[in-house]
Write a protein that binds this ligand. Structure first.
Ligand SMILES: [Zn+2]
Length: 260
């Protein structure tokens, strides 16, 4: 199920994703200190806690809470030496506070709201599910998580964009049933707005993606019964900054959409 449910891990993780990583380095700084890009094997055996590091730049003198690649038992992650202007990286930093503002809803609460909520929409933050939905979407969807796939899609768009400013919209249904049964197939729409700048062999990309979750709760028993409940929407939103440097040439890059 979910790897991030310990309170200690959650606290460390939240502070980590908000702080970001020391990537704004001058060439001189990068030469004087040893940095690496964390790269996972991108398969189902990768620890969730390591998947969130994929594509990020770290310093050997300042490891993330998990330690460096390869330090954990059976970890197959790699540390790719970071050479500014040559080594690819790409990561999303969530900029929205994901903390709950209300008690976490159980399936019973969803059903109760169906009968007594009068059809009023509910917000993921208010029902204590925003963090888990974002985590599931970003890093645990399918094998690699939607963030990793989005990085490839953004890289492709940056390669073909006619101007430096560009936009990309993604919209899909996801199975969020492991967060709560009631979130069977919520949709997430992401709108990326960013800038791309070609510099030699790489394209520098920066921007922000705004995400919107939407689901409708209806018919909790799976068939129409005559008890007069009212369907309602479950909504939520969050944003993430994106930073990347990817190869100009798609066939020499780790970042591309394998489905195009
Ligand atoms: Zn690992």
């Amino acid at each position: 199920m979910n790897m991030y449910h310990s309170e200690a891990y959650r606290t460390a993780f939240l502070s980590y994703i908000r702080k970001g990583t020391p990537i704004k380095l001058s060439r001189k700084e990068a030469a004087e200190t040893d940095f690496y890009v964390w790269r996972t094997q991108q398969d189902s055996k990768v620890r969730g806690a390591h998947r969130i590091h994929d594509g990020r730049i770290f310093s050997w003198v300042s490891p993330p809470p998990t330690g460096h690649p390869g330090q954990d038992f059976n970890c197959r992650c790699q540390a790719i030496p970071y050479i500014p202007g040559e080594t690819e990286f790409a990561y999303h930093d969530i900029t929205t506070d994901l903390a709950s503002t209300g008690e976490r809803w159980s399936d019973t609460d969803f059903v109760r709201h169906y009968y007594f909520g009068g059809g009023g929409a509910v917000d993921l933050r208010e029902i204590g599910h925003l963090y888990e939905i974002v985590e599931q979407y970003a890093w645990n969807d399918k094998v690699e998580g939607a963030f990793r796939r989005l990085a490839g899609q953004i890289a492709d768009k940056a390669r073909t964009a006619k101007s430096s400013a560009f936009t990309l919209t993604v919209n899909n249904f996801y199975d969020f049933g492991s967060v709560q049964f009631s979130h069977g197939d919520g949709s997430v729409k992401g709108v990326f707005n960013g800038l791309a700048e070609k510099q030699g062999k790489i394209i520098k990309i920066s921007g922000t993606t705004d995400f919107e979750f939407s689901d409708e709760f209806k018919d909790p028993l799976g068939y129409d019964i005559e008890v007069g409940g009212t369907p309602y929407f479950i909504e939520g939103s969050w944003s993430a900054n994106f930073s990347a440097e990817v190869s100009v040439e798609k066939n020499r890059s780790n970042y591309f959409d394998p489905n195009t």
